[in-house]
Design a protein around this ligand. Structure first.
Ligand code: GRF
Length: 223
């Protein structure tokens, strides 16, 4: 059997999505392994999660570099050092520049807490509540230049409840994210994401797989 594909994960914070990926990678039949976790913030809790799993970590703060390009070159160099083939942004709170995106084109994923193309940028959950949408969710997409604009790979949705707060909605969306991200990363490393025209991708789906996920809120969610 072919070895697992090495993946680098970029984080800035709590790293619950990183944890979902680490957990998925525990399975023998999961085709990826996390080779390195890089944070731009020294206190990101995700670093502890990675260390707990025995994964090499690095802190590369932007302020240690004279400009964005040099900062991203340092990140890229470390990714190469660890033989990384795919990059997964998991709560990485900086926009990647064109140079980085080009270097890792078609090999970088991001997860966003909204049903893109609605509500890109900061606070997708808060934006959903502000706009009174009745269905909210999360998206895994390929990273291209621009904020949260790349081809959509998989989406998960949940109903918005009348008494939802930002926190309660975020919790349900995060639960979706933790299912979606390992699924998308599997498709990525298995070469099943096929770029099409117009910023779209097709996925070679197995019989039991789907590009969407629906979580109907239950009494436990406050329905
Ligand atoms: C998630 O909501 C993700 O969609 C967004 O940032 C958050 C990161 O959460 N990009 P975590 O650090 O994975 O817990």
């Amino acid at each position: 059997m072919k070895g697992k594909t090495p993946v680098g994960v970029l984080i800035s914070g709590s790293g619950t999505n990183l944890q979902a990926l680490l957990d998925a990678c525990q399975s023998e039949d999961y085709p990826a392994r996390i080779a390195v976790v890089i944070s731009n913030r020294p206190r990101a809790y995700g670093l502890e999660r990675a260390q707990e799993a025995g994964i090499p970590t690095a802190v590369i703060p932007a302020k240690n570099y004279p400009d964005r390009q040099r900062h991203e070159q340092a990140i890229s160099a470390l990714l190469h050092e660890h033989g990384v083939e795919w990059v997964a942004c998991a709560g990485y709170m900086r926009i990647l520049s064109a140079a980085f995106v080009d270097e890792w084109a078609g090999r970088t994923l991001n997860i966003h807490p909204a049903l893109l193309p609605a509500f890109p940028g900061l606070d997708g959950q808060g934006q959903a509540l502000t706009h009174g949408v009745q269905i909210a969710g999360a998206t895994v997409h390929l990273v291209t230049e621009g904020s949260d604009t790349g081809p959509i790979i998989v989406q998960g949705a949940t109903g918005v409840l009348p008494n939802d707060t930002r926190d309660s909605l975020q919790e349900r969306i995060l639960a979706l994210e933790h299912i979606l991200y390992p699924r998308a990363l599997r498709w990525a490393v298995e070469g099943r994401i096929l770029p099409q025209i117009d910023n779209r991708v097709d996925i070679q789906l197995a019989e039991n797989e789907s590009r969407y996920l629906w979580h109907a809120p239950t009494k436990a969610d406050g329905e």
